[in-house]
Write a new protein. Sequence first.
Lengths: 457, 457
Amino acid sequence: MTLPAALVAELSALLGEGWRTDEITRTANGGDDSRRHALPDAVALPRTREQVVALVRACRAHRVPIVARGAGTATTGAAVPTQGGVVVSFARMDRVLEVRAADRCAVVEPGVRNGALQAALQPHGLFWPPDPSSFESCTVGGNLATNAGGPRAVKYGATRDNVLGLVAVTGTGELIRVGGAYTKCSSGFDLTRLLVGSEGTLALIVEATLKLAPRPQAQAGLRAFYRDAASAAAAVSRLMAQPVVPAMLEFMDRRSLELLRRNGSGVPEAGAMLLVEADGSVEALPDILAALGAAADGDGLIDMDVAQDGIARDKLWAARRALSPALRTIAPGKINEDVVVPASRIPELVAGVEALADACALPIVCFGHAGNGNLHVNILYHPDDADESARAQAALPRVFALALSLGGALSGEHGIGLSKRAFMADAFDAATLEAMRAVKRALDPDGILNPGKLLPD
Amino acid sequence: MTLPAALVAELSALLGEGWRTDEITRTANGGDDSRRHALPDAVALPRTREQVVALVRACRAHRVPIVARGAGTATTGAAVPTQGGVVVSFARMDRVLEVRAADRCAVVEPGVRNGALQAALQPHGLFWPPDPSSFESCTVGGNLATNAGGPRAVKYGATRDNVLGLVAVTGTGELIRVGGAYTKCSSGFDLTRLLVGSEGTLALIVEATLKLAPRPQAQAGLRAFYRDAASAAAAVSRLMAQPVVPAMLEFMDRRSLELLRRNGSGVPEAGAMLLVEADGSVEALPDILAALGAAADGDGLIDMDVAQDGIARDKLWAARRALSPALRTIAPGKINEDVVVPASRIPELVAGVEALADACALPIVCFGHAGNGNLHVNILYHPDDADESARAQAALPRVFALALSLGGALSGEHGIGLSKRAFMADAFDAATLEAMRAVKRALDPDGILNPGKLLPD
């Protein structure tokens, strides 16, 4: 599209050199980690919430699309401006405004990087739980948009569980304020958690009050190998049914372990592995580890290592970290989905994925956040091979159908964006989708906020 | 109002003897614990979700108000049918449909009592965290409607934090299904948490998937007395800043303690008291208690008792339980509000309430859930004394103004209903209220669900 001259004049006056129409900036702000890309007509770099309000009102008057942007680490195309318009980058609204240690919360602008926030919190002995693997580069605003998670979510919750309040600009250009520096509230509709995970389709978040947790004194971990996915999944159920909640509870399937063995990571032959992490006080950790070890033990256990100290623990986690790069050694193409199933259905998910890998003659590797039933299903293929590519694309709907048939959901932490939008009609019935569309119309009546994302047409 | 004959015929045919228009049933379903009362035109007692769908569609066609009802223990008038119409009692939809221990969740109908659910979960070693003091009689549906909490919320969260999915009927009579038996989800708008706390104004919940927690092996507690509210509040901040989260963290002000002393409860002279509870394994509890004791210790501490075993712990909590009945010995009238402030602002809240008590010459007693900054402010008066009643009513807006001036909220667990509706315009700006109204119109376009509640006109 071509932006109306009146709008360009207004936004250029509003934002000064924070209004960019050069091709380099537009190109740099048009893609995300899904490897999709589209050129916006302009990029806005606001410094204040008042600028965001004025910008939304101006774009609304001209029915110009607005796509909010953090660091562009989304894997779903959620940040790609497929209908052109204005990308609003929050790169200049990146301050930690306040750390309120006594209230265990922090007030931040959306552009602050997750890692920078964690660094700012460290001297206070606090952290913000969401820990996506992109934490060094991704922004809190992006975490809010996708309800991002990570391994710690099993104990500490994902983004939605760790937000207390928001200031946001709706699609009508109204500034709304919901929630605050308190952890309990029965006062009005919970728009805070509604906006979290809405992928910039309901409002632009300009400030967030985040719930923090005290940094645990120490961590320790254990690594358990099982005969098969079913016995590992039974151990997951036992681990989640006892009162000591693990701080992380990660799963790797047979193919993940084969891959690690092939790359010399020194893991034994096994059908599945669990990585269990505990945190707590130095005095409490031995008992906590003992409780987790007892729960991990059971039918099908082949071997278990315990890592009490930091070095042993790093070694334990090295295998997990080595896995993503190792996937590339099998095939350069990777479709990485993050389906969710009830934890008790993990064995069926893994068995179903193994059957699918056989049926489509492609390697599919499963690993991830077992405590939340949130597994990363990686379909590996050679993008230059048209037949492999077609088989990989054909496998994708079957992965989603499998997860949904087990009572699960399309995504546990990545979101829907463009890539899973077509599957929303499989995940929700027509009435529920229509209720979501009604909520969308309520907060963005002209449909200018991130059009064409999340909800199907 | 008089119900249209066609509607009566339709609903009577639909519900059979579950359609009641006799005065005894209407009277019994017209009030709540706010001591407000209004007569509905009829009471519906559905047994199935299909009946609820048909009922809402029929009422919508005639623009007849629908008020959802649990056990009527709300303190705000939320369940009172002030505009007549049909009260939908969920008394016959009270089953625990499924306990999925391996997934740590239960699927229930809304009419099940909180206490009955807890009893059903006990053999599985699990519990549902929300623990309002009315737990024996209140229903899960009512807990969902108000986002109910209780002392355990400091560690385990309130209702909204412990719900995974809902099936509900919107104001258009559409059945929607959101969330499920999984603990992590980035798939579509979070209507689950939007409906929680919406007091029956957005949809009627007909089924809920609840997040459960494993029952801790053991509990122990400590009771600490402080010179003044400020030193107790400083201890609250210290307790919340260390990694061992207390399972309960209750506060009592000077007047609460005076009252207990007068009633022979054997507490020392002090300016404030904290009751701190820990839970965990038998082996871990001594360390946990030591950590909590160390955090509770500090400037202004007068005395501290530790209760390791059950009997000593019961004695500790007896004082807390004795408090509510004791309030009645001062004056028969009680306005009990449950404001929330950031935990660091508790001293200012307590000092402000003390000043208000002096200014209006009425006893005001503060106690409650300090870890969440959620204090019950009890204004005591003689309802037969017109002057005292007027002073009590005049004090109420000042309590809310005080909480809001400290960055707090109107209610932490009771909700808004009728009693706090007029104060919503003080708590939220016009744009935010308008956004809430837009969401209300999206899910209940004809405004038939619990009209006149929660949102101001």
